[in-house]
Design a protein around this ligand. Structure first.
Ligand code: SF4
Length: 367
């Protein structure tokens, strides 16, 4: 089957209508509203793009969570990247969205306009190639992302080590996924009745990684793919669990995600990285929710290798990204949305990222 046919199979309107009918039947006699959180930014985009929220019965409220890696990267990390970009003889390499995220007083885009050498790459291995071609310069890769991207960053560190490159390092802000879900579950202001668990992350960590949440918090978790029919099936599976009073891990995306994920990718990751506490933009420090480079590979840790003066972090006044990332407010609740904050001139990271909730609502509307 061609890849286009594969996609079409998960967008069939007749199947979507049948799933919606099953969802309606499931919740028909459910007397209160259930809140389901799509944790991952790619799910958020898919939900907005296909207008899924508007199709669901009123008993189901979908809210967006903290699964966009660019959005949750704290302002002091951007400030450090800016400081490194100003360091003579430094090349900053990064995925595209990061250059537009505002720091306290600048952004990488602004530094680039001022003459800093900042290059967009599509893989950490591109950064390795740049380091190999520029032996007189220090090449820093901005390591931002969840378990989906961290194994590739670990692979790049191992490749640099193998090649004997001494001018490559990673400024890390890597995060892991189950920990913030556990933190949000215990937030009394936010009553999440079920989680649509991220697809790509789950392909690495496996569906079983959500068992501690289910066991400790009695919140159903369904690993879900990104196509519209995947999302509808995930909602149906969650709604059934909520209505029946069950709390289990279910896997809608079993064509990709295994119970134990991808052990080989995790092994590469664990060779280079170790767990640490991490600060999430707008949420604060979540114990054990980050990954830092192990001492055995400290030579590739830009924070240790390249000390720089970093300005005092300042959050932008009026930006509600923190509340957006916790699912407590919608973009339209932010007084800056569309007026002062736009994709062309973003105030907060949620408007910058292609997976950000504000960017999704700006592009597709409140549907
Ligand atoms: S609209 Fe802009 S300022 Fe407001 S929460 Fe979203 S990103 Fe932040």
């Amino acid at each position: 089957m061609k890849s286009q046919d594969l996609t079409t199979a998960y967008r069939d309107p007749a199947v979507a209508r049948a799933l919606l009918r099953q969802i309606e039947t499931t919740v028909r006699n459910y007397r209160r509203q259930m809140t389901l959180m799509e944790v991952c930014g790619t799910h958020t985009m898919a939900i907005y793009q296909h207008g899924i929220r508007a199709l669901l019965p009123e008993q189901i409220r979908l809210i967006s969570g903290p699964g966009c890696p660019v959005c949750v990267t704290p302002v002091d990390y951007v400030d450090r990247a800016v400081a490194l970009a100003r360091r003579p003889g430094t090349i900053i390499t990064t995925f595209g969205d990061m250059v537009r995220v505002p720091g306290s007083s600048s952004s990488l885009l602004r530094e680039q306009a001022a003459g800093a050498d900042i290059r967009i790459v599509y893989s950490p291995l591109d950064a390795i190639a740049i380091a190999a071609c520029n032996p007189g310069k220090e090449v820093v890769f901005l390591g931002v992302g969840f378990e989906t991207t961290t194994p590739t960053v670990a692979g790049a560190v191992l490749a640099a080590e193998k090649q004997g490159l001494t001018n490559f390092s990673v400024l890390g802000s890597h995060k892991t996924m189950p920990a913030p879900m556990m933190a949000l579950t215990s937030d009394p202001e936010l009553q999440v009745d079920g989680y649509l668990c991220p697809a790509h992350v789950s392909a690495i960590i496996g569906a079983d990684a959500y068992r501690p949440i289910v066991e400790a918090c009695r919140v159903p978790c369904v690993v879900t793919g990104f196509e519209p029919l995947d999302v509808l099936r995930g909602v149906l599976m969650l709604a059934r669990q909520v209505v029946e009073g069950r709390a289990e891990v279910e896997n809608e995306y079993s064509r990709v995600v295994r119970p134990d994920g991808n052990p080989k990718a995790r092994q590469i990751l664990e060779t280079v990285f170790e767990p640490c506490d991490a600060r999430w933009r707008g949420i604060g420090v979540i114990p054990g929710s980050g990954l830092r480079i192990r001492n055995s590979h400290a030579a590739f840790n830009a924070e240790l290798k390249l000390p720089v003066e970093v300005e005092e972090p300042v959050e932008h006044k009026g930006c509600l990204c923190g509340e957006i990332l916790k699912g407590k407010v919608r973009p339209g609740d932010c007084p800056l949305f569309r007026k002062i904050c736009t994709p062309e001139d973003p105030v907060g990271a949620c408007m910058v990222s292609s997976e950000g909730t504000c960017a999704a609502e700006y592009k597709y509307g409140n549907i």
